[in-house]
Design a protein around this ligand. Structure first.
Ligand code: PLP
Length: 424
């Protein structure tokens, strides 16, 4: 061995570490040195600020006390499969049977298994950028990633026009709404257009005997939309049902990132194949958590009571920051922000690429800007590069789940201070 040869599998060697975790480590290091940092990086909830609903906590603890700590069924406990169907039917009017669902330890395994069950190595998987993690699933599985750059004027979401040139030969199209990192949601018109495009493509393929393009609709933040309805492709075009996989879970809208319960819906044969893979990997959610989540989502009133305070708290923080930064625009600061529509995120542009800081450092990349505002303003943001974007154009994700309410306005004042030199 000369030290240059790969030591591990090709897959392990080509996988890249997470940019978000690199930043998170830097932030943690600064905090351990006693520095007070406003950490807007993590798509998580600070436990002191956001807890899972009491009803869920009580149910999970009760299930542990009852000793339900043996293996769960590998496809998920029947109670949760049934509850996930009742929840989808009640809130979105879509009817699925328990055998068309799969339960896992959060949404990640479901997303990974969808890619693994549908796309062969070398085949195409299409997804917009910025988007969360799709590039990594393609790397893990050796797929041909087709990232489609989306624009701020489209709220950083794809349209039929942006996707049309890329769908031919694709085996999977992944869409996310509300979106991580952008905090934006599909409009009815935009989603309808994409659905019609996909139906047209699959109708053509069926007629010539080609394999279809499946649609993974990752709706992890489904119940966290602000003053707008969450839309699901088959509500708009039911004919897409044979090719659609929906993934959802308790991580975000029940503030339960650490309880690891996710659920998905799709064609029964696909759910079975994915269930077989899951059985070998064992990425199941513990039974007490599965049964606890089932108790909440089976009951629309409990669900509504559980999400309302969380939704309110997130929206309040997002609007506070949005309004503040909008006022900077009027004052001539080089910033741009997109109105929050869902999830825990804001898309924020610090339009200072290429500028020189007061101490003489030229900010050539988004990473340079992130480091500058972290060191000078004690504010941590994630560059869109962490979500597959190549161009250094000053766009960042700001997440409000990891910051104490009282730290928001002081941290905004610090951020503003770091931008003072470029005020027009
Ligand atoms: C869009 C999206 N999908 C899926 C996930 C993963 O969810 P889980 O933590 O349940 O695996 C995340 C997590 O950040 C996400 O943002």
């Amino acid at each position: 061995m000369n030290g240059m040869e790969p030591r591990f599998s090709d897959m392990a060697e080509r996988l890249e570490g997470s940019e978000i975790l690199r930043l998170a480590n830097k932030v943690r290091g600064m905090i351990s040195e006693g520095k007070r940092i406003a950490n807007y990086t993590v798509g998580d909830f600070m436990p002191g600020e956001f807890r899972i609903p009491d009803s869920l906590e009580e149910a999970i603890l009760r299930n542990y006390k009852a000793g339900l700590t043996n293996y769960p069924p590998s496809m998920g406990v029947p109670e949760l499969k049934k509850a996930a169907c009742a929840w989808l039917e009640h809130f979105y009017g879509l009817s699925y049977k328990p055998e068309e669902t799969l339960i896992a330890s959060g949404a990640r395994p479901l997303i990974f298994l969808t890619y693994a069950a549908i796309v062969n190595p070398g085949e195409k998987a299409v997804f917009p950028v910025p988007s969360w993690n799709n590039n990594h699933y393609c790397k893990l599985l050796g797929l041909q990633a087709v990232p489609v750059q989306v624009k701020p004027e489209d709220n950083f979401l794809p349209t039929a026009d942006t996707l049309r040139p890329h769908l031919k030969d694709a085996r999977l199209l992944t869409l996310t709404s509300p979106s991580n990192p952008t905090g934006t949601c599909f409009s009815r018109e935009a989603l309808q257009g994409i659905c019609e495009l996909l139906l047209e493509e699959n109708t053509r393929r069926v007629s010539v005997g080609e394999k279809p393009c499946y649609l993974l609709y990752d709706q992890m933040y489904s119940m966290l939309t602000f003053d707008r309805e969450h839309l699901i492709p088959t509500q708009l075009l039911p004919e897409l049902r044979p090719w659609m996989i929906l993934s959802d879970g308790a991580s975000k809208w029940l503030a339960g990132t650490g309880i690891r319960v996710g659920w998905g819906y799709g064609p029964k044969d696909l759910m079975e194949v994915m269930g077989n893979m899951l059985a070998h990997v064992g990425a199941w959610a513990p039974k007490p958590e599965q049964l606890g989540v089932a108790e909440i989502i089976a009951d629309p009133e409990k669900t509504q009571n559980a999400i309302e305070p969380l939704k309110h708290a997130l929206h309040h923080r997002l609007v506070q920051i949005y309004n503040e930064i909008q006022s900077w625009v009027k004052e001539g600061f080089p910033v741009q922000i997109i109105e929050p529509q869902g999830a825990l995120y804001l898309s924020l542009r610090l339009d200072i690429v290429g500028q020189v800081t007061p101490s003489g450092k030229r900010l050539l990349t988004n990473a340079d800007i992130a480091d500058y505002i972290l060191e000078e303003g004690r504010v941590a943001l994630v560059p869109f590069q962490a979500f597959g974007v190549k161009e250094d154009n000053g766009w960042f994700r700001l997440s409000v789940g990891g910051v104490a309410s009282e730290d928001i306005m002081p941290s905004m004042a610090n951020l503003k201070q770091t931008l003072e030199a470029w005020k027009k």
